[in-house]
Design a binder for this molecule. Structure first.
Ligand code: NAP
Length: 291
């Protein structure tokens, strides 16, 4: 039976990929690669057919047992890991040595335009190491509003980012999970290519805070700052260096780039329209409303 290993299983994307794969009822064993198996077994108790494997990106000794007998590896880069050569080269080497041939990598839309972002380097490493691959390149997660940006929304009714009037393409992580599961299922059909997975709306943070304010009935402000101030603000909040730097770049660089292209890959893969931002905010209204 085909065995598929899911890294980042407990995160935004991994959780949705597992959910969507389980809905597809494939003849395959899905394995969640997690740091803490006991905790994951409880978190995923509604998935009786899911199995678990201890795995740590930062502990190369965990690679071999995790990669044994795996056919397809769903790989993502945890946000705090920015040293690509240090962590991903040994990981890919081990994957190769253990006979993995297929990698589905969660990249980012626009990766081709920026050689300094870690995803660009990871895509290059995957190609260089001779894997069959699929690069899933999503737009900007709607769920950033309910994760990394949430405490500021709730506590200060503000979003602070170095993004000015830059427009982002807004995509629901559930949609990324649905598309990724289908790409994994039919790997051979889609292999050796990258797929932008986007929503249908490009909006800047002035427009998005306006929309949130309208839906939740509380005024939310957007505060655009320069990237250096932003970096130090994040560091003061305890965000690790690499993560703060990538966050600054990913929100600052789009100011100098063309706005994202809207792709129909999601619709082609799933036959559905992607979630609209207004519906996402409505869905998450309770969560975003001040306590
Ligand atoms: N946010 C966006 O708008 C956006 C857009 C496009 C692409 N992306 C990319 O999406 C990726 C992040 O995905 P996400 O939002 O799903 O991340 P996330 O919610 O932060 O989850 C990270 C996952 O990685 C796991 N993890 C962290 N460190 C680990 C380690 N040392 N060993 C094993 N597992 C570890 C975490 O497990 P634990 O439960 O053990 O912590 C968790 O399951 C990043 O590469 C980001 O650049 C983001």
């Amino acid at each position: 039976m085909r065995k598929i290993l899911i890294t980042g299983a407990t995160g935004n994307i991994g959780r949705e990929v597992i959910h969507s794969l389980s809905e597809l009822n494939m003849d395959a064993q899905i394995v969640a690669a997690v740091r803490n198996v006991e905790r994951a077994e409880i978190e995923f108790s509604e998935y009786p057919n899911l199995s678990f494997q201890q795995f740590d990106f930062e502990d190369s000794k965990s690679f071999e047992s995790a990669f044994e007998q795996i056919d397809t590896l769903f790989l993502l880069r945890p946000p705090h890991i920015s040293q690509v050569e240090k962590y991903f080269q040994p990981l890919l080497l081990s994957a190769k040595e253990n006979g993995i041939e297929e990698i589905v990598f969660l990249s980012v839309q626009g990766v081709e335009k920026s050689s300094i972002i870690p995803h660009n380097k990871i895509e290059a490493l995957i190609r260089r190491n001779g894997f069959k691959y699929i690069f899933v390149r999503p737009g900007y997660f709607m769920q950033n509003l309910t994760t990394t940006l949430l405490s500021e929304i709730r506590e200060s009714r503000t979003i602070t980012l170095p993004s000015g009037h830059a427009k982002f393409n807004w995509i629901d992580v559930r949609n990324i999970g649905e598309a990724t599961a289908l790409l994994i299922k039919s790997f051979t059909k889609y292999q050796n290519a990258g797929y932008d997975i986007t929503g249908t709306e490009n909006k800047d943070f002035y427009q998005v805070t306006h929309l949130i304010s309208k839906v939740i009935g509380t005024e939310i402000h957007f505060n655009s700052v320069d990237p250096i101030n932003f970096y130090f603000k994040k560091r003061n909040e305890g965000v690790p260096k690499g993560f703060a730097l990538v966050m600054a770049m990913l929100h600052f660089l789009p100011r100098f780039q063309k706005e994202p292209e809207i792709s129909d890959n999601f619709e082609k893969l799933t036959g559905k329209c992607p979630t609209r931002l207004v519906d996402f905010i409505e869905r998450e209204k309770k969560n975003m409303t001040l306590p």
